[in-house]
Design a protein around this ligand. Structure first.
Ligand code: 4GP
Ligand code: PLP
Length: 798
């Protein structure tokens, strides 16, 4: 084959062509990396034409575009997703196998792009896929972090963090756009010139764009994910270099690159760092400029912006988008302030993802003024305009010496949404009570969803094949068709096929755990899985306490007919969140003791899998029997992991929190293990004096489990190791672990009993699958398109 023979049709030749001419490798010497890149480029070629056609169509139709601004996109691996959405699985597998390679190994060679911390970032990735699937013209905007979320390992049970390095190798999916760069200013001062305020920034940084196409299901539409990287305006100071000061010569470049160097590894906590605010302004300002630029290629009248542009702020991280757009319209384009504000409010919307007070971003005025002096002035004017329009009660973005990004986002937005019904209700009665009273129609609910392409069809091929065999493949693009499974559930042959899918997935997981972690799991046990960020509100410590109590009871009474369990944990803690890190260590310590106990080994095993990420979620969720969704009521805004488990036939043990409420409503109370206090009960319980001590005194099992931790059973020679956890559990216990324990234990024993009737368990699991179709992110995005963005699909039949 010669270079001019770029194959248009034969996929196998296309891979060889890229191997030779893009990677410069002789097939005889190619490594798995080379093959994976060649395959990726061959797949990418098949995306590009559709991508360009979609972009052309958007311009032609002069359609409203949606801009999803998010500090995080937790993408994971893309190769399989793209192959699946192009329906090229058979072709790709055959081609790769024809070269004598293992297809799965090639797919797994791709690094897991972890440009996000958890739920919020993964939701953004699911939304990008659904936007493309639905043919909604949309752009994702974020930061191209050089280092994504840290890699976690355990050293003597403790979390160890190592830098993540996904860009060490070239990234197959992105296109660098050196021409799409903006120069952004920071700091400096505001001067008055000809009666106008003019911002004179002190330092400047360039934002360089990298575009990744996002292809929808069946390849019918593709959108762009545009990630910004920091670059110096003057990358190199030749004078200083010639003077021999080599390091200083590259200082500007180093500083600019710092902006997009690392993802903040925090999850739901405030990051009070100057760099964080710099990152937020950097990507938001670049995106807003790009949005205005694109609008102005076809339009002159800026008053049309709200008809053509919907900006979605994924949490408050891009909250500066409001003042920045006002600044561009007013300071740079000369529109009157009131008009600039009005136009901006017609474009901008805000999603809230958490009510935890420590996660609501606010910045000290001094810091804010030193980075964004003009924006601070504009925020004052925005506050004044708001106070004038709504004199009933003053609620301001700037108050008490701080700039509050939640209030700012709310005031600047056309729509504000929560991510599950319960959460949206709580937004109205708690953090946004006053603003909601002034703007009663602004808050809407858009319950989260997950993309069924990645989270069923590709991660669970056995289940996907069974569903397709039963009801055809329409469900992949229209998940509510899963209800069509219900009539089959009472057919014993079908149900045993369904149960076999789970058994096979569990066997695969056992093989992997044996290989990678040297532990033989009991495949007949309940696979009880809790995978998510480690946080007190998510209550991994409730789960491990139950494991301890169970172990103690089994030892007392080994012949009592226990149902075997494997408890699987996964998740990272923010590096500075010491309590969460103690929980990690405790789980590892408990696992070591329990797994070493020959007397209980067949009945109980505990394993904590290091470095939980998207790839691991794809491996674990299909193999789970039981999904742990045990947050303190009122604290988990929605959850999306909970949806993935239900869709893959795991039963939930959970509280009435976040989207658990809606999952239970849909799958039916009989097919869900409910426990724990409601939001109101939890609130009331916190007001009971010594509630934790009282709960422990009332439940000897709990008392004994806590005593075992306290006396050093899991930290031999160091009884104080978990003093922090024990003090918390027996003292303040804000998250009510002790008070919910007894009911949790009860529900867990109900799980044990239910699992003994394996047919009925399979039936309940199948009902979860059949009734979870509503949790597709396609449904969520349709909701945003209708209620928030007023955007239309450009695909014919939509
Ligand atoms: C998360 C929420 O904690 C979770 O309940 C929700 O499902 C998810 O957002 C998506 O809406 N929040 C974060 C965060 O990840 O960093 O605040
Ligand atoms: N992190 C990863 C890697 C995920 O895949 C998910 C969801 O599946 C989450 C975090 C969010 O999990 P949860 O909703 O349980 O907090």
């Amino acid at each position: 084959m010669a270079r001019d023979d770029m194959p248009k049709t034969d996929f196998r030749d296309a891979i060889l062509w890229h191997l030779t001419y893009t990677l410069g490798k002789d097939p005889d010497h190619a490594q798995i990396f080379d093959w994976r890149m060649a395959l990726s480029y061959a797949v990418r070629d098949r995306i590009v034409d559709r991508w360009m056609a979609a972009t052309r169509e958007t311009y032609r139709a002069d359609a409203k575009r949606v801009y999803y601004l998010s500090m995080e996109f937790l993408i994971g691996r893309l190769l399989e997703d793209n192959i699946v959405n192009l329906e090229m699985q058979d072709q790709a597998r055959a081609a790769i196998e024809s070269f004598g390679l293992d297809y799965r190994a090639v797919l797994l060679d791709e690094p897991d792009a972890a440009l996000g911390n958890g739920g919020l970032g993964r939701l953004a990735a699911c939304f990008m896929e659904s936007l493309a699937t639905l043919g909604c013209p949309a752009y994702g905007y974020g930061i191209r972090y050089e280092h994504g979320l840290f890699r976690q390992s355990f050293v003597e049970g403790r979390q160890h963090e190592a830098p993540e390095d996904w860009l060490k190798q070239p990234y197959a999916w992105e296109f660098e756009r050196p021409e799409a760069a903006f120069t952004l200013g920071f700091g400096g001062r505001v001067v008055s010139r000809d009666g106008k305020s003019v911002w004179e920034p002190e330092t400047f940084v360039q934002s360089e764009a990298f575009d990744t196409p996002v292809i929808g299901w069946k390849g019918r539409w593709a959108n762009t994910l545009r990630l910004w990287a920091g670059r110096a305006v003057n990358p190199f100071d030749l004078e200083r270099f010639n003077a021999g000061d080599f390091a200083a010569a590259a200082e500007g470049e180093a500083l600019a690159r710092t902006i997009s160097r690392v993802l903040y590894p925090e999850d739901s906590t405030e990051k009070g760092k100057r760099l964080r605010l710099t990152q937020e302004y950097f990507f938001t300002a670049a995106s807003v400029r790009d949005i205005v630029r694109r609008f102005e290629t076809d339009h002159k009248d800026l008053r049309l912006l709200p008809q053509k542009v919907a900006i979605q702020m994924n949490d408050t991280h891009p909250a500066i988008a409001g003042p920045e757009l006002v600044r561009i319209l007013h300071d740079e384009r000369g529109l009157p302030f009131e008009e600039a504000l009005h136009i901006t409010q017609g474009c901008v919307n805000y999603t809230n993802h958490t009510l935890l007070p420590e996660a609501l971003e606010s910045w000290g005025e001094d810091l804010f003024a030193s980075l964004l002096p003009r924006h601070l002035q504009l925020i004052d004017r925005i506050d004044d305009a708001h106070a004038k329009a709504y004199p009933a009660r003053r609620v301001a973005a700037r108050s008490d010496g701080r700039v509050k990004m939640g209030e700012l986002s709310f005031i600047m937005s056309n729509r504000v949404n929560g991510v599950a019904a319960l959460h949206t209700g709580l937004m109205k009665t708690t953090v946004f009570k006053d603003l909601n009273a002034l703007h009663p129609d602004r808050i809407v609910n858009e319950t989260n969803g997950v993309t069924p392409r990645r989270w069923v069809h590709s991660c669970n091929p056995r289940l996907s094949a069974l569903i397709t065999d039963t009801i055809g493949d329409g469900w992949i693009g229209d998940l509510e068709q899963l209800v069509g499974l219900e009539p089959h559930i009472d057919n014993p042959d079908w149900l045993s096929r369904f149960a076999q899918v789970k058994a096979d997935n569990k066997a695969d997981l056992c093989d992997w755990v044996a290989r990678e972690h040297d532990l033989m799991l009991n495949p007949d046990a309940i696979f009880d899985v809790q995978i998510k960020r480690i946080h007190e509100y998510k209550r991994q410590h409730l789960n491990i306490l139950e494991a301890i109590a169970l172990w103690q009871e089994i030892r007392d009474n080994p012949g009592a007919g226990w149902t075997p369990r494997v408890k699987i944990f996964g998740g990272k803690a923010a590096p500075g969140y010491f309590f969460a890190k103690d929980i990690i260590r405790l789980i590892n310590d408990v696992a070591a003791v329990i797994n070493a106990d020959a007397a209980t080994n067949e009945l109980l095993q505990v394993i904590y899998l290091p470095n939980y990420n998207v790839t691991m979620a794809e491996r674990l969720i299909p193999a789970a029997d039981l999904s742990e969704q045990v947050s303190t009521a009122g604290k988990e805004a929605s959850g999306t992991g909970n949806m993935k488990f239900a869709l893959n036939g795991a039963l939930t043990i959970g509280t009435l929190d976040g989207a658990n409420v809606e999952i239970r409503e849909r799958v039916g109370a009989d097919n869900f293990f409910l426990f724990g206090m409601t939001v109101d009960e939890a609130e009331a319980r916190r007001n009971v004096q010594n509630h934790a001590a009282a709960a422990i005194a009332a439940d000897p099992r709990l008392g004994r489990a806590v005593a075992a931790i306290r006396s050093g059973v899991f930290s031999a020679g160091e009884p104080d190791r978990y003093a922090g956890i024990v003090d918390n559990l027996t003292g303040a216990d804000y998250f009510l672990v002790a008070s919910d324990f007894t009911d949790y234990w009860r529900a867990q024993r109900e799980v044990d009993r239910a699992y003994l009737d394996r047919n009925n368990w399979a039936r309940m699991a199948a009902l979860n699958v059949a009734r979870s179709g509503w949790f597709s992110s396609d449904r969520t995005i349709r909701g945003y398109m209708a209620d928030v963005w007023h955007a239309k699909s450009l695909l014919g039949q939509e």
